[in-house]
Design a protein around this ligand. Structure first.
Ligand SMILES: Nc1nc2c(ncn2[C@@H]2O[C@H](COP(=O)(O)OP(=O)(O)OP(=O)(O)O)[C@@H](O)[C@H]2O)c(=O)[nH]1
Ligand SMILES: [Mg+2]
Length: 265
């Protein structure tokens, strides 16, 4: 794969997208992964690309810490158009708490979220899972409450993923497969991962180091290499950047296509 920039085409594709299934207003994309890898930042990055300016629908942390900054189950919509013609894009993101050991979100809760049982605004409790009858439990989820694409978020700049996190991920993926939910991954922080991409993001598909990272991710989480998308999130930029946009748009297109395949069934 070579770095080729087709931002205008990709942006148009995303702007024109409408769900195949008329009963569904939006495709629901769930992001999960270790703490601090850039899950919330990815939602913001998508919003930036689509709105053509810096925005922050999902609060990201200002630093990296070993405790998750995001703790509530919230749906992030992205605005489309302005004024009277203002609507939202027909895809939404659920960004959740990190999977770290002890303090992280429980796999059971993510599985409930996949099935649409977690109510908007629910605060994850690392000590016990949500159960039927709890106020945060939605006993009767609609097709729109369910998750249509599951995205594993990993950092290309992190040391190995710990066994406990890998184990949680395996549990989640197994159930998602059972439910037939399409899965893919994004590798964030490629700007910090190796000198080549640090210098120029366009080197992303030339970097041997990143190629190996993607292979390692694939082996660790069981997602095929061609379903793992390297990205750089907007983090400390002041202005928009075409190379960042290009990578974000590629990943986003795949999410939309996967989600659409699922709701079409
Ligand atoms: N350089 C760089 N920084 C990033 C990237 N993605 C995220 N960051 C930074 O990493 C930090 C953590 O990002 P978040 O988006 O809050 O991570 P998260 O996965 O939502 O974390 P929790 O909600 O705490 O689990 C922030 O300071 C971001 O600015 C990236 O691709 N490149
Ligand atoms: Mg977060």
């Amino acid at each position: 794969m070579y770095f080729s920039r087709n931002n205008a085409r990709d942006l148009q594709y995303v702007q024109d997208y409408e769900p195949e299934n008329d009963d569904i207003k939006h495709v629901r994309i769930l992001l999960y992964g270790p703490v601090g890898v850039g899950k919330s930042s990815f939602v913001n990055s998508v919003s930036n690309v689509l709105r053509g300016r810096m925005t922050t629908p999902a609060l990201a942390s200002s630093t990296t810490s070993d405790k998750s900054f995001t703790t509530r189950y919230e749906t992030h919509k992205i605005k489309k158009g302005r004024g009277k013609s203002k609507t939202y894009y027909p895809f939404v993101f659920n960004d959740i708490m990190g999977l770290e050991k002890g303090d992280g979100v429980r796999p059971d809760d993510i599985i409930l979220a996949l099935k649409g049982h977690v109510k908007e605004g629910y605060t994850f409790n690392p000590a016990s899972s949500l159960s039927e009858g709890d106020p945060g439990y939605n006993p009767d989820p609609s097709l729109e409450d369910k998750v249509h694409v599951l995205v594993c978020v990993l950092s290309a700049n992190a040391a190995e993923i710990t066994d406990s996190v890998l184990q949680k991920m395996a549990e989640i993926r197994k159930l998602a497969s059972k439910l037939g939910i399409p899965q893919m991954a994004i590798g964030t922080n490629i700007d910090l991962a190796c000198p080549e991409t640090e210098k120029d993001l366009k080197n992303v598909y030339k970097s041997k180091h990143l190629k190996k990272k993607v292979k390692d991710f694939s082996a660790a989480v069981g997602i095929p290499v061609n379903c793992i998308f390297p990205v750089k999130n907007y983090s400390d930029e002041i202005d928009m950047n075409d190379d960042i946009d290009s990578l974000i748009l590629s990943a986003l297109r795949k999410m939309i296509d996967f989600g659409d395949d699922f709701i079409d069934k």
